[in-house]
Every structure is written in C-alpha cells, then in structure tokens.
Design a binder for this molecule. Sequence first.
Ligand code: XMP
Ligand code: MG
Length: 189
Amino acid sequence: MTKSDNITDIIDHVLYSQEDIQAMCKRLGKQLTADYAGKNPLVVGVLKGAVFFMTDLVREMDVVMQNDFMDVSSYGDGFESSGKVRLDIDIQADVKGRDVLLVEDIVDTGHTLKFMEDLLTKRGAKSVKCCALLNKTARRVDNVTVDYYGAMVKNEFVVGYGLDYLNKYRNIPFIGVLKQEVIDSNSNK
Ligand code: XMP
Ligand code: MG
C-alpha cells in the first residue's frame, strides 16, 4: 500500500471528471431513449463496477424499463484477465423475447461481455446490446460489439466511479489512472 490514507493519492492523474461523466450519461441516455422507446427493455447492470454508472444512466433514460443485476467475475488477481468467466449472481428476470441492455463499467478483453451475450442469447433474448462507460480496445480478444460507450480509454488501469483495484477505490467520484507504484507494491506480494 502507499503511505497515504487518502484514496485520491493513489491516482496518477484524473482522466474524466464528475462533470465529464455526467455529460457522458446525458449523451448516452438521450441516445438510448430514442433507441429503446416503446421496447420495455430489461436493463441489466453488471455488479459490482457498473452500479454507479447504471444508476446515473437509467435516470437519463426516459423509457419504461425493468432493471436487474448480475455478477460475473473474470479478474482473478485484480489486474490481469484470467480468461475464465464465472457467473456469481444471476438475474431474476426471464429474458425470453426481451430486449436486453447490458450496462458495464468497462469492456477490456471482451471475455465478460461475450460470456453474458452468449448466455442471454441462449436463453432466448430478442436482442442483447451493451452500454459501457469505458471501452478499452487495446487488449480486445473476443469479437464483441460495444454498442454504446461513454469514452475510449488507452491500455491503462483506471479506477473510480465503480472501477476498482482489488475491490477498492470504487467510491472515488471521478475516473483516474492508478499509480504504477500501487500496482507494483501489490504484485510483490
Ligand atoms: P474483460 O477483459 O472481460 O473485462 O472485458 C471486463 C472487466 O475487467 C475489469 N477491468 C478493469 N477494472 N480498471 C478496472 O477497475 C480497468 O482499467 C479495467 N480493465 C478491465 C472490469 O471489472 C470489467 O468489468
Ligand atoms: Mg466488472
């Protein structure tokens, strides 16, 4: 750990401010309002990272919808994708014939999104689309489409606004790049 007790001290620099994030939610909400009008979509947030984004995004959508959550994990050691995706918490809703919108914090390799898309398609969803806050394409492995996203990010590890490192720092209100020394100090353990 770093010496400081302040969580914002683990940030190298701010990538997106609270105002930037708010603008992204407004823009995406407007687009989704138009695209999902009259469809009664099932909007599924992916725990835990997307909770923060999900609550802001759906309040920008003027559409009758239902909400659900699922938890899947692929990041065994907190940094590198293991490639194996596990369903930890399932949605309660029946997706048969439904237009499903998956809300993700970030799409990186695409393993997680591919797993969820395949699962929901197999269950008979009419459509499965994804709205991610961030789209990190540098390490993309799976052939997935991020239909809507707030911003592209480089191959840097970002935290805040739901995004975590070792399940910490989700409550930082902005998105920042994690200091390399934080990663280094944990990789020695
Ligand atoms: P995949 O590789 O399956 O990854 O597309 C999706 C999940 O990986 C996590 N992830 C990150 N989390 N900062 C984070 O806090 C990052 O820069 C980052 N890159 C990937 C995230 O949990 C996402 O759901
Ligand atoms: Mg995640």
